[in-house]
Structures are given as structure tokens and as C-alpha cells.
Design a protein around this ligand. Structure first.
Ligand code: ATP
Length: 250
């Protein structure tokens, strides 16, 4: 369903007029199946977040295509309401001047399917309930929320349009360990309820093992290996073995 084909991306290095370009992604091809959680693991700087931004249509690839159900995500109409994101930095992901209710309604309004009416308010209550928050949170502002609560609001925003795919970029990394587990459980439940596909960018191998069905091992902007999660211990390449050994704590 989400198809990434032959993606290449480079950035200018050394200022606006520099001719030197850094190749960040090189011939990246994979598919994220319907209802699948596909992990992306790699060293810092290997291009994971860049890939996430391309899937979200925030940036364009130099070459290659990313499509959702056969339609190119560069078309805004394909993305809006169908692909959403949850980032690491939950505090800057929500407009500080918006209440929780307004923040959750924002993506729905962008989708232009629902208007600010009774139905929408009810939907906000349902979404809050689904992420484990009670209706009293509707009138709160971001600065009144804990990190875990703010990330739950970001998740409510992400699911509010009933998307087909959500990109998580280190979405649990800034949370306390106990909150990370709760949020991972929540994400698993929501994936089943909404039949979602997840692209789960992380450096946390344990989180990946808990939630992912398959994992892409990323190396310097290229796919080193794609492994089903139950075969994570049996990766083939020396690089993948070293990376996983490095990422597993103790
Ligand atoms: N907008 C940009 N302009 C120039 N260079 C960029 C830009 N975005 C990313 N890069 C470079 O691309 C490379 C890959 O960055 P990216 O953030 O995608 O890696 P990452 O694997 O997500 O790293 P981390 O795990 O540290 O977040 C880095 O060398 C980074 O400096």
C-alpha cells in the first residue's frame, strides 16, 4: 500500500551557493503493507528522518516515487487525512496557543470533511478516550500537559482523520520508560482499531521488537537488510549484526 521506489535525496553542503551535495538517500525501495508496522533502524545520520519527511511529503525526492494505494504522495490530496505523523518533540508539535480540543480538530478541519459542530466535539471526546485522556483535557493548553499527555494528544491528532499510514519519528524517545511502554501499548491497540500501517523510525531496538512486524536496517542512506521481527536475532550482514549488538542495552 505505501510503496517507496528508487528514492534518492541529496542536500547542498556548505551553504546556498556551494556545488557540493551530500547524498543522503540512495536507491531506497520498500513497501509497507496494509496494517503493518515497519520499523526503520539505523545509526544517527543514516537518513531515517529524511526518509520520514519524504513519505510525509514535507520534502521532495530527487529521484524515485512514494505512493499510497498507487497515488503519488507529492499530490497534497493524496496525503491530507491519509498520512499523518508523530514526532519526538511533542511540545513543538502542538501550537502553544491552541487548546487540546482545537489542536485535535486542526487536522480534521484541514481534511475539510468535518466542520466545528456538535459531531466534531463528540469526535474529540472519543479520540481523547481512545488515547486514555478524559474530556476535561479538551480545554487544557499544551503547557498544562505532561510529556506523556502531550504525546497522547499528538497521537489523537494523528489518528483523528482515520489515516491509512502514520509515520512515527522517534515518537517515544523523549518519554520516561514507564510512559514509553504505555504509549507503545496504546499504539498497538490503535493500529488494530483503525487498521493502520505504521512507519516506525527508532533507535530503540526493544521498542521495535515490541511493536514492529518487520524492520529495515538502514546504513548510510541505503537499505542494508529487511528482516521480519521474529528473525531479528538472525540478521545476515555483519553490519546489521554489529548495529543490533550496539543497540541492545547491557
Ligand atoms: N535539510 C537538510 N539540509 C542539509 N542536510 C540535511 C538536511 N536534513 C538532513 N540533512 C543531513 O542528512 C543526513 C541524514 O540526516 P537524518 O536526520 O535524515 O538522519 P537520521 O538517521 O534521522 O539521524 P538521527 O538518528 O540522528 O535523527 C545528515 O548528515 C544530515 O546532516
Amino acid at each position: 500500500m505505501l510503496k517507496v521506489e528508487g528514492i534518492e535525496k541529496s542536500y547542498n553542503q556548505g551553504g546556498l551557493f556551494s556545488k557540493h551535495r551530500q547524498q543522503v538517500l540512495n536507491q531506497v525501495t520498500f513497501e509497507c503493507r496494509h496494517g503493518e508496522c515497519l520499523g526503520i533502524i539505523g545509526e544517527s545520520g543514516s537518513g531515517k528522518s529524511t526518509l520520514g519527511r519524504l513519505i510525509l511529503g514535507i520534502e521532495r525526492p530527487d529521484r524515485g516515487t512514494i505512493s499510497l494505494h498507487g497515488k503519488n504522495v507529492q499530490d497534497r490530496r493524496v496525503r491530507i487525512g491519509n498520512i499523518s505523523a508523530v514526532f519526538q518533540n511533542y511540545t513543538s508539535s502542538i501550537n502553544p496557543f491552541l487548546t487540546v480540543e482545537a489542536a485535535i480538530m486542526e487536522p480534521m478541519q484541514a481534511q475539510q470533511k468535518l466542520r466545528k459542530d456538535q459531531g466534531n466535539s463528540e469526535k474529540v471526546d472519543l479520540l481523547l478516550h481512545q488515547v486514555g485522556l478524559d474530556p476535561s483535557y479538551r480545554s487544557k493548553y499544551p503547557h498544562e500537559l505532561s510529556g506523556g499527555e502531550a504525546q497522547r494528544v499528538c497521537i489523537a491528532r494523528a489518528i483523528s482523520t482515520a489515516p491509512k499510514c502514520i509515520v512515527f519519528d522517534e515518537a517515544i524517545s523523549s518519554l520516561d520508560v514507564s510512559v514509553q511502554i504505555q504509549v507503545l501499548q496504546l499504539l498497538k491497540e490503535l493500529k488494530e482499531i483503525y487498521k493502520l500501517s505504521y512507519v516506525f523510525i527508532t533507535h530503540d531496538i526493544q521498542a521495535a521488537a515490541y511493536i514492529c512486524d518487520r524492520v529495515i536496517i538502514f546504513r548510510e542512506g541505503q537499505i542494508e537488510e529487511i528482516v521480519p521481527i521474529e528473525q531479528l536475532k538472525d540478521v545476515q550482514s555483519d553490519y546489521a549484526k554489529k548495529l543490533l549488538k550496539h543497540l541492545i542495552p547491557f
